[in-house]
Ligand binder design. Structure first.
Ligand code: CP3
Length: 347
């Protein structure tokens, strides 16, 4: 299929008309419509209902004019059919009933069979793609480290005490856990691509907890395997994490098409760290979105100027849209980004 999407072209570093833009967590509580639906359904009910999932995934494209949709789901969803009992607590995050701490706990995880285990997700993907037409859908999954951190800690964490302890004290159990989770990530994303996703993003949100030497030793092998398999699908792959200033080069070496940058690293610094071979995605501080438009404009313009003329750039936030964001800021921001050319006028 020949793609004309500016988002897909930028992923491959090819010329395109305007700087593409989408937002992590572009579907969420900052939207009136989303909050209304959430009064009737739990988050998990919404994510498992193909019609609601389609509606919620497509609305940001229709309301904001972003250049891509992202599947409305969660990194935890595939863990359910793998045998993990969890809930998602509002304003807190995922909570796991029986954390994984030993080799025996690990043996209880079963292999993900995406289409059999989560047919509603793939039904939603097909519906979304049909409704979006030429706008691409980004599929996503959690990365092994970030999934492991929830499984081992039992919920969100500040210091990743149990995760690091398992990683260092039981390296063989850790390696097996990384393999099991990497396999699930690849299976889930491959199925999403089979059903119509045109790009995939791997969320390693909490990878910044590791120093680079530990990243290379304990995480990089599984990420290399993930991207080797995903890249064979011939869709762009995006690798995102936060707190990654010292990890960006190693993350790039794992082989994604696009590297997501959080707001702490100046985007020009990220570019000089990783070289020109990889597309960069980011990295407006999400907290600007709760301020007046002038603040959003000032911070976004600095990023756009740093990346002016770089065809391998996708505008996004440095992390997800906060629930307190003003919807108007997001709408204006899309218009503002679209005023910037995707490649130098001379090309
Ligand atoms: O970007 C999108 O619009 C797609 C939807 C999406 C969600 N979760 C929906 C969601 C994506 C890509 C995710 C991934 C995810 N989930 C990550 C990686 C990205 C990131 O933000 O770092 C992580 C770490 C999770 C785990 C998780 N799930 C957290 C930390 C929370 C937030 C808890 C809260 O109430 O603030 C969730 C719940 C969740 N996932 C919500 C949404 C819209 C909020 C649910 C609600 O109460 O309506």
């Amino acid at each position: 299929m020949i793609s004309t999407s500016r988002f897909i072209e930028a992923c491959w570093g090819r010329p395109h008309d305007k700087v593409p833009v989408w937002f992590m967590r572009q579907a969420g509580r900052y939207q009136d419509g989303y909050r209304k639906l959430r009064q009737q359904y739990s988050f998990l009910e919404m994510a498992h209902n193909p019609d609601i999932c389609t509606e919620v995934s497509c609305r940001p494209v229709e309301e904001l004019g972003v250049d891509a949709a992202i599947l409305f789901s969660d990194i935890m969803i595939p863990l359910g059919p793998m045998g993990v009992d969890f809930e998602i607590r509002e304003h807190f995050g995922p909570v796991i009933a029986h954390p994984v701490r030993t080799g025996r706990d690990l043996k209880q995880l079963r292999v993900l069979e995406p289409e059999d285990d989560l047919p509603e997700v793939f039904e939603a993907i097909e519906k979304i793609c049909e409704r979006l037409g030429a706008i691409p859908l980004i599929g996503f999954a959690g990365a092994p480290f970030t999934l492991a951190s929830y499984l081992i800690e039992g919920g969100p964490s500040k210091n990743y005490l149990h995760t690091k302890r398992l990683m260092w004290e039981q390296p063989e159990v850790w390696r097996q856990l990384m393999d099991v989770l990497a396999d699930a990530t690849v299976r889930h994303l491959s199925a999403q691509v089979r059903h119509g996703a045109q790009a995939v993003q791997v969320f390693d949100s909490w990878i910044g907890a590791l120093p680079v030497d530990d990243y290379r030793k304990y995480v990089m092998p599984s990420m290399r395997a993930v991207f080797a398999k995903l890249n064979a699908l011939q869709v762009p792959t995006i690798y995102f994490g936060t707190g990654t200033a010292s990890l960006l080069h190693a993350m790039k070496e794992t082989g994604p098409t696009v590297l997501g940058v959080d707001w702490r690293t100046p985007i020009r610094q990220a570019r000089s760290t990783v070289g020109s071979e990889v597309t960069l995605q980011g990295n407006l501080d999400p907290m600007t979105l709760v301020c007046e438009w002038d603040i959003v404009k000032e911070h976004s313009t600095a990023i756009l100027q740093d990346m002016l003329g770089d065809p391998a750039f996708i505008f996004n936030l440095g992390h997800g849209v906060p629930p307190e964001a003003h919807p108007d800021n997001l709408k204006r921001l899309v218009e503002w980004v679209h005023q910037f050319p995707g490649t130098p006028a001379s090309q």
